[in-house]
Design a protein. Structure first.
Ligand SMILES: Cc1cc2nc3c(=O)[nH]c(=O)nc-3n(C[C@H](O)[C@H](O)[C@H](O)COP(=O)(O)OP(=O)(O)OC[C@H]3O[C@@H](n4cnc5c(N)ncnc54)[C@H](O)[C@@H]3O)c2cc1C
Length: 320
């Protein structure tokens, strides 16, 4: 019996793949199962050392130029067939944009239930997943009774843990017969130097309180000082002040950074849905009654145009 982890890559293995492997390793140990993994992409070679110490016995690698980029009709049959061939009892993937689609499609093809966007998984005579519901207001404990039990994990919620330096065996698999209806020729990367929001350890976001698009540099400068990704509330996106790719919340991206700084954001429930699992929340708002202060760890009641430059200066001083 085995636990199968889906290793996400985009050129290189993503951090969320190692997080999923860490969680899967704990499940495998608690359940007394083997931990195996599947890699689909162009080449695992340069990255395989990253998998050391994660408890993975075997990685089934499907390497092919045609599989360099994620494609639903390319990846899904491979995972489905591998699960059926190996009889995996637990499948753990990532709840990234691609991971969500892959997991949902695999679950549908296998005819099993899937707990998407879980923030924790445990083994207690079966798989138990913790998942935010009602825009993050409630945490539901879900017991999965289907077999295989399938979960996708929110990026950044599990700390990567390695034990030793044993590398997994890599079993090369021949490219199966798949007819790709869609072929992604090229993926445009975000502007050089920009940190991907969902993977960032620190996020600094701006809301309507910034007053207009000409004031983003105030928030961006704080983000730069902290080495953070730039997030935004929907109000600023709807106003056309910034691209939707920066939006955090129910209809934007879900982030779980170590630190989330909300500048001039009221903290509506739909915004909270995208950031309330951040480990430390800092709020800067001139309204002491803003809802964001109910969920923050550190609250600064004040004008962001005064506070952000001061904070940026102090952070730069502290970091030398
Ligand atoms: C179905 C649905 C989905 C939604 N999805 C999302 C989503 O994904 N993400 C999201 O963010 N919202 C979402 N919303 C919108 C959400 O309800 C709020 O309208 C939005 O989050 C408000 O954005 P805001 O906090 O920037 O603006 P506001 O609510 O207008 O808050 C601005 C804040 O800035 C403060 N402020 C003003 N000037 C300053 C200053 N100089 N210094 C410091 N503070 C200042 C004010 O006190 C205020 O608290 C959704 C709504 C619906 C109905």
């Amino acid at each position: 019996m085995s636990v199968l982890v889906l290793l996400e890559q985009r050129g290189n293995l993503k951090a969320c793949a190692l997080e999923a492997a860490t969680a899967a390793n704990k499940i495998a140990q608690a359940a007394g199962m083997d931990l195996i993994a599947v890699y689909i992409g162009q080449s695992l070679a340069d990255d395989s050392a990253q998998l050391a110490g994660l408890g993975i016995n075997t990685v089934y690698a499907y390497e092919n130029d045609a599989l360099k980029y994620y494609s639903n009709d390319g990846y899904v049959p491979i995972v489905r067939d591998l699960v059926q061939e190996l009889g995996a009892k637990v499948i753990i993937g990532s709840s990234s944009a691609l991971g969500k689609e892959l997991c949902a499609s695999v679950a549908a093809r296998l005819g099993v239930e899937l707990v998407q966007d879980a923030i924790d998984v445990q083994w207690d005579s079966g798989l138990l997943a913790k998942k935010p519901v009602y825009a993050g207001k409630v945490l539901a404990d879900v017991r999965i009774t289907d077999s295989p039990a399938m979960v996708s994990l929110r990026p950044n919620v599990i700390a990567i843990e390695k034990n030793g330096d044993t590398v997994p065996t890599v079993e090369q698999r021949p490219m199966p017969e798949v007819s790709l209806r869609t072929v992604l020729k090229e993926a445009a990367e975000a502007a050089a130097g920009q940190i991907e929001l969902t993977e960032a350890k620190i996020v600094v976001s701006g809301g309507r309180g910034i007053g207009g698009p000409e004031n983003w540099p105030v928030v961006q400068d704080l983000a730069d000082a902290m080495g953070a990704a730039l997030g935004a509330s929907r109000a600023t996106v709807d106003a056309g002040w910034i691209h939707h790719s920066h939006q955090v919340g129910q209809t934007g991206k879900v982030v779980s950074p170590d630190v989330y700084v909300a500048c001039g954001i009221s903290g509506a429930i739909q915004h909270q849905a995208g950031m309330r699992t951040a480990k430390i929340i800092v709020a800067i708002n001139k309204d002491a009654n803003a809802p964001i202060f109910k969920i923050c760890d550190y609250g600064i009641v004040g004008d962001l145009f005064e506070i952000c430059p001061l904070l940026a200066k102090e952070v730069r001083k502290a970091l030398g």
